[in-house]
Design a protein around this ligand. Structure first.
Ligand SMILES: [Zn+2]
Length: 67
């Protein structure tokens, strides 16, 4: 019995809603210590991530709102 298990989306680490893999709002977070280990990979909506960051911190292109 084999089942084709394909990943079609991710869970947002902030709001825990599903994010389809095709969503332009999907962002990947790589969190590491300065040594690079241990590390963890998380996924999030661009908007959820931008909301969690202080408005005093300038956001780069990857977090900019779509035009
Ligand atoms: Zn979210």
């Amino acid at each position: 019995m084999t089942k084709d298990h394909q990943i079609t989306g991710y869970v947002c680490a902030f709001c825990t809603n599903d994010i389809p893999m095709s969503s332009p709002d999907l962002r990947r977070l790589n969190i590491e210590t300065m040594d690079g280990f241990p590390s963890q990979e998380l996924f999030a909506h661009r908007a959820c991530l931008a909301r969690a960051i202080s408005p005093e911190i300038p956001l780069g292109e990857v977090l900019d709102e779509d035009p």
